[in-house]
Each structure stands twice: as C-alpha cells, then as structure tokens.
Design a protein around this ligand. Structure first.
Ligand code: C2E
Ligand code: MG
Ligand code: MG
Length: 775
C-alpha cells in the first residue's frame, strides 16, 4: 500500500514543486499544516469510528483497525509538531517536498484505513449501528478533507477515493436498494467534491497570485515613494504641493527648513492659511510680504500662469517663491534661498559699475551716465557740465610713499569730492588719479562754485600714517552742448581744459574754449614732428651769455634748445619742451643737450662755464641722468666745475629723497646747481637755504616790472641779500634795457642775462665773437 502511494506521489510530483515557484509551493504546503486543531477532532472521530463498530459488533478486526487508526493519527500529530517546531526559513524545494509528502502519506494512510473500516462494517456485519457510524463518519471526515486540503486537490482526490470507494463498494454490495442508492451517490459525491476542490484550488491560486501581485505592486510603490522622497528631500529648493482647496498635499524637507515649519504644518491636509499664519506669528516674514504671496497665489489661481515673488525674511534671507499650476487645480510652490545668489549678483553688479577702491562709479558706469545725460539733453534740452578732475603731484606720492598711501589718498579724495557735490551728481573714477563729474542743469556760475569747492576740499593736507601729504586738484570743464555734441568730444574738451589748468600752475579750474582746441591740435602736430626731429637731429643748442655785472665779462653761457622746423622755422624751447615732457621725449632730448653742451663748452675759454636746463622729469630716472652727466664730462673732458645744471622749483616741491640723492651725487663730482625762474612757483625762500644751490636765477617777470612794482624790487633785493649771506650767485634774467640793468645792479644783483647782453645764438655766431661788454 505504502509502495503504491509513493509511486503515485512520485508520478504526481514531477517538477520540483509541481510547477509552482518556491514561495507559492511553501505557501501551499503551509496551508496543509496550518491548523493542528482540525487534525485532532478528525483523528478522534477516526479512532472512534472502528472503536464504536467493535463495541457494537464485538469483531476483533475493528479493534485492530482502531489501533491502526490511532497509530496513524499519532504519527500525523508527530509530523505536525515536528513541522511547526522546525526552522523552515531556509527550506528549499527538497525540504518542502518532504513535508508535502509526509502530509500526503499520513492523510492517505488515515483515509485508506478508515475507508477499509467502513467497507468492513458494511460487508462483514449486519449491525445497523456500525453501518451508520461508519458511513456517517466517512462522509463527514471526507467532507472535512475537502475543505481542509483544498490547497492540494490531487491529495483530496486520492483521499476521497480511498475513503469513499471502499464505502461505495460496500454499500453497493449490500442487498438493500437504499444502501445501493447511497453507494452510487457516493461516486457522485466524490466527483462533485473533486470538482469543488479543483475550483477552490484555482481560486486559491488566483488569490495567491493576486496577493503576490499586490505585494509586488506595494513594494514597487514603496520603493518609488522612497525614491521620490529622497529626490524631494535632496532638492536644494523648497517644494510644496497644494490641492485645489490650497491644502498641503506634499512638502519636502528644504521647504520646512526654509520657513522653519514644525512637522505638524508639514502634514498633508494642512491649509496654506495655517502656514501663512504661522509665518507671520513667528515673525519669519512680515505681514506685507505675506500679502505679496497671497496676491501671487490669487494671480496663479486666476491666470494659471507661473508667477514669482521675492521676499525677505526677518532673518535677512532672500527667498524667491514661485507658484506654478499643478494637476487638478492644485498649486506647486517652490522656494529658492537666493540669499547667496543675490549677494553674489549684487557684488558682481557693484564690481561691474563701481570702482573698488573709492566706491565711486567706474568708467563703464560713467559711459552709461554720460550717454543718458546726452539722451536727456536731446529730449528736454537740459544742459550739463562735465568736470575732469586730475590730482596734482599724485604720482610722486605713489612713487615716494608707496602704493598703500597712494590708495588711501585716492580713497580720501573720493570722500572729499563726494562731500563737495550733490548726491545726485555722478562722480566717477576714470582711472589712476582722474575723476569725472557730470553736473546736470548747471550754468557757468554754479559749475564754478562746485569746482572751486572741490579744489578747496583737496587743498587741505592728508594726514596718513603720521605723514602729511599735500595733493591738490586741477579741473577742466566742458559744457554740453556748447563744448561737445558727443560724449567723446565733450570728454576730449574737458581734458583740454584740464591740460590748460595744469599748465596754468595747477590747483585751479579752467573752462574749455575753442582756442584751446586749436592749441591742442597744434601741440599734437608738434609732438609728431618732434619725434621725427629727435631722429633726424634737427635740434640745436643756442647759447646766451650770463654776465658779471661788475666786470661785464661773460662768466657762463646758458644752453637753450632750438628746433629747426621745416615749415615753422626756428621753434623756441618754451614751445616744444613742455610737449617733449608730456610725450616722454624729454629724457632723450635732455641727455643729448647735456652731452652737446659739455662738448661745446670744452672749446671755450677756461673761465666760462655752461648752464644746461634739466627737466624735473629727467630726475625720475636718477641713474640715467647721473650716468649721462658723468659720460658727458668724461667724453668732453670738460672740468665739472664749469657745468651748472638749472632746475626749477617744481622739482623741489616733490621733496623727493631720490632728487636730493641725485643732486648730492652730482655735486660730489663738482657739478653745481642753479635754481631757475625763482619767483614764479611757490617762491619759497626756504628752498634757497635748504638746497645746495650755487646760483639762483630771478625770473624775468620781476625784471620787467622792476620800475613799476615795489614788490618786484623788494623781492629782487631780498633774494640778493639772502643769496649773498648763503654765498650764492644771483642772476637776474630778462634784462633788455640799460635802465633795468642799473636798477637790478642797485638792488644788489651780481650777474645778469638778457637781450641787452646777448640773445641766444648758435655757436658758430656767438663763439668767435666777443660777447658784448656793457660795463
Ligand atoms: P629759461 O631757462 O628761464 O631760459 C630763459 C628764457 O628766456 C629763454 O627762452 C630765453 O630765450 C629767454 N630770454 C633770455 N633773455 C631774454 C630777454 O631779455 N627777454 C625775453 N623776453 N626773453 C629772454 P627759451 O629759449 O624759449 O626757453 C624757455 C625755457 O625752456 C627755458 O627757460 C627753459 O626752462 C626751457 N629750456 C630751454 N632749453 C632747454 C633744454 O635744453 N632743456 C630743458 N629741459 N629745458 C630747456
Ligand atoms: Mg634756464
Ligand atoms: Mg629762467
């Protein structure tokens, strides 16, 4: 019997789990072992059935069958217990099939023994009690099997057959038509129950599939939710979605963090109004800002167009809130913390428009504003002025005191100039030490007042690091539209006026006039020609004698440069030296003058010296001028005592250690220095005692007015007295008349220079000729 069952079993279980995947197979087998409670009543009924037959009939066969059923029941119970006690978490097909098989064998043995017991009761006895007990129990237990083992319809079939077929045969063999009826009916019962079990099984499978699918769906949904959550929460921007009633559907962590919202206000269903109330109550945003957001919300609800608002939190953060339409009439609210971005944008904007050092507008901002001013002028006819401000002596501050101090002078200049104007006027730093001011609607008088205020503001000393620095300002002014129809013209003309202000002695203002433009044009032409002249050697030195008034002897000659211009004729130094200085040509021209003068003077009488004018700019290259002088003296073999270098006061205001170093170095060679044009600049008598000059030359303007001005007389006299005390020679320049000669001589002058004694002349003419002796 067991062998047959096993064969049946093997025949049925061809696949590892009858075609089920492992989880389903485990589930099915588990359903067989699911309720030990149902085994017990079934087992008890199974034992009682043959036992009652034995009690009623006294046949030993039934006692044997009782014992057999009891053994099967006990074995089945043991299988159950062992199933529930074992750890089946790692069970594979093999183990599951073993449990399946054990259950099948137990159940089939049970049904077979009971089926046989029923057959025996019907065929071996005439006892109606045994018949009823057996048939009723068999049908009842078989019914229990159907429902209990629905998970394994094939088991049910085997067990129904082993239960009911012996019973049916027993009934049919009885010579009782009612018994036979029940016997045939039993086959129907078996067939119907097999059909029911199959259908139950299919439903079970469908249910299991559905459970599996819904589980898979749930797990997919769960993982999708996790991904979405992760995505939402790793977003930098805050995100909240509201439904059509403006109740929160979902929000991410940044949204809560940006507004400092508690978890309770992040729950789905929270009305947007509650969130708004919280924000105002906790002073996250001001009520006005909330109103803005409400307006934006209303706007999106009515227009369905995305809209943004920028709000400033009380904590100083800038939030850009964007409302966009969402599905089903909802609203998507995204919040960007734009604090850093805005700050960077502001910084970039500041850098693009304003000068970093002074905080004033920069060149680009100026360009925009001047274009605006022209635009406004065209529309409204409003005139305006452009002021070009340039610092005097700033380069020296930078060179001598360092860029740090230079920067601070510029910063302070920015402050002073700003304080001198109206807040609405555009003041820009144009670069270096140049500033531009646009004054709208200003007339000549107002511009003069403002420009003068700026000059005055600059004339006060700068005290920086315990150093006192003086930097003045020169201002050139051009008026629009009269002085320029385009920004470029206006600027050029303001620059021209500035140039004239500088030339007029600096620390002053100058309005543009058309004559200046012509002059500038001429200067430009001169510069171009001068470059050519330097290359072609068309510069010459003329010499003018310096006379000892007591003896009338020429003691020295001053070298004055001339330029033989192809069309302009002989150009005097006064005209082209400033151009040479401005264009940087002065260094080369100055070198040449020193060498040439030394060479020329070497051929003169021993006692006649030579004076060479030196530009302050030549001192900017200290090594160069020292080397040039040394070379010139060596090359010409001229005694260094015969060489005098004439410098002007402007060199001294720079109060430059390097200048003093150069003067000292050349003095140790034996070269002497003369202070030229004394009285035209700062005229500080202090210079005379501070600097080691051998000679001071009083400017010709004093000579011209020696008869008309008591001041001129007094100055000449005072300088002569001081010079005598300091053992200096005084040369009075520009003596043209005998009266002037007498006057200056009476005032104490020892030496003189002027047309009266000799004009500047080329060497070929002046040298062979004895200089006029006036004494
Ligand atoms: P400065 O050194 O004061 O030269 C004297 C100027 O007065 C000369 O003008 C001379 O021609 C002029 N002059 C002399 N006597 C009289 C007179 O009786 N009446 C009048 N009205 N003028 C008189 P110049 O040659 O035009 O030179 C002008 C300035 O150019 C010079 O002034 C000097 O500062 C500068 N200069 C001349 N040659 C050179 C040079 O080789 N190098 C440099 N760096 N500067 C030079
Ligand atoms: Mg001179
Ligand atoms: Mg002079």
């Amino acid at each position: 019997m067991a062998g047959t069952l096993k064969r049946m079993w093997n025949a049925r279980t061809r696949g590892p789990g009858e075609g089920f995947d492992l989880p389903s197979y485990v589930l099915l087998v588990n359903s067989l072992f699911s309720s030990p409670a149902s085994i017990i009543p079934g087992g008890v009924a199974g034992i009682l059935t043959p036992f009652l037959c034995w009690v009623s009939t006294g046949l030993d066969l039934f006692l044997d069958l009782t014992v057999l059923v009891a053994i099967v029941v006990v074995l089945r119970l043991l299988t159950f217990i062992s199933y529930h006690r074992s750890d089946r978490s790692k069970d594979g097909y093999e183990e599951t099939r073993r449990w399946d098989r054990d259950y099948f064998l137990g159940a089939t043995a049970f049904s077979a023994v009971l089926g046989y017991s029923c057959y025996a009761a019907l065929t071996h006895t005439d006892d109606p009690a045994a018949h009823i007990t057996s048939v009723a129990s068999t049908i009842a237990i078989a019914s229990g099997y159907v429902s209990r083992n629905a998970g394994r319809p094939k088991f049910v079939a085997v067990q129904l057959l082993t239960f009911c077929v012996p019973m049916a045969i027993g009934l049919i063999q009885a010579h009782n038509v009612y018994y036979q009826y029940i016997g045939y009916f039993a086959f129907l019962y078996v067939a119907a129950n097999i059909a029911i079990t199959n259908s139950l099984h299919r439903n079970l499978l469908a249910l299991s599939d559905a459970t599996k699918q819904s589980k898979a769906l749930a797990s997919a949904l769960h993982s999708q939710n996790l991904t979405l959550d992760a995505a939402l929460n790793t977003m930098i921007h805050g995100l909240a979605m509201f439904d059509r009633d403006l109740k929160l559907a979902v929000s991410n962590a940044p949204h809560r963090a940006l507004y400092g919202l508690p978890e309770t206000l992040a729950l789905p269903g929270t009305p947007i109004t509650a969130i708004g109330r919280f924000l105002v109550e906790r002073q996250v945003v001001a009520a006005g800002q909330l109103r803005d957001l409400r307006e934006a919300l209303a706007e999106i609800q009515s227009t369905q167009q995305t809209t943004s608002r920028e709000i400033q939190t009380r904590g100083g953060r800038v939030l850009v809130v964007t409302f966009a339409p969402a599905a089903e009439g909802g609203v998507l609210m995204s919040t960007e913390d734009a604090t850093e971005r805005k700050a960077t944008e502001a910084r970039i904007e500041q850098m693009a428009r304003f000068d970093e050092l002074t905080g004033l507008a920069n060149r680009f901002e100026y360009n925009r504003n001047i274009a605006d001013s022209f635009g406004r002028m065209e529309r409204t006819g409003e005139a305006f002025a452009l002021l070009y401000v340039d610092l005097d002596g700033f380069k020296q501050v930078n060179d001598n005191l360092g860029h740090d101090i230079g920067d601070r002078v510029l910063t302070e200049t920015g402050n002073r100039l700003r304080a001198a104007i109206r807040g609405s006027d555009l003041l820009a730093r144009f670069g270096g030490d140049e500033f531009l001011l646009i004054l709208p609607g200003a007339n000549h008088a107002i511009v003069t007042v403002i420009a003068q205020r700026m000059i005055d503001a600059m004339s006060k000393a700068f005290i920086l690091d315990n150093k006192t620095v003086y930097v003045t300002a020169s201002i050139g002014i051009a008026m629009a539209p009269s002085d320029g129809a385009t920004p470029a013209d206006l600027l050029r003309h303001a620059d021209t006026a500035l140039y004239k202000a500088k030339a007029a002695g600096r620390n002053t203002l100058m309005f543009f006039n058309p004559a200046m433009a012509e002059e500038m044009l001429e200067r430009h032409e001169i510069e171009v020609d001068l470059r050519k002249a330097c290359e072609s050697g068309s510069l010459e030195l003329y010499y003018q004698p310096i006379i000892d008034l007591r003896t009338g002897e020429t003691v020295s000659r001053e070298a004055l440069m001339r330029w033989r211009h192809p069309t302009r004729g002989m150009v005097p130094a006064g005209l082209f030296i400033p151009v040479a200085e401005q264009s940087g040509l002065i260094a080369a021209i100055g070198d040449w003058a020193i060498r040439q003068a030394c060479k020329d003077a070497a051929a003169w009488e021993e006692h006649v010296g030579v004076s060479v004018n030196v530009s302050p700019l030549q001192f900017r290259e200290p090594r160069r001028i020292v080397e040039t002088v040394k070379d010139a003296l060596i090359a010409s073999n001229l005694g260094s005592r015969r060489l005098t270098l004439e410098v002007t006061e402007s060199l001294l205001i720079e109060d430059n250690k390097t200048t003093l170093g150069v003067i000292d170095e050349l003095r140790t060679l034996g070269v002497t220095f003369a202070l030229d044009d004394f009285g035209t600049g700062y005229s500080s008598l202090a210079y005379l005692s501070t600097y080691p000059f051998a000679q001071v030359k009083i400017d010709q303007s004093f000579t011209r007015t020696v008869h008309s001005s008591e001041a001129s007389k007094a100055i000449i006299e005072a300088v002569c007295q001081l010079a005598r005390r300091l053992s200096m020679n005084v040369v009075v320049e520009g003596i043209e008349t005998e009266q002037q000669r007498i006057a200056v001589q009476l005032l104490g002058a020892q030496r003189a220079q002027g047309y009266l004694f000799g004009r500047p002349e080329p060497l070929t003419n002046s040298q062979p000729r004895k200089d006029r002796n006036v004494a």
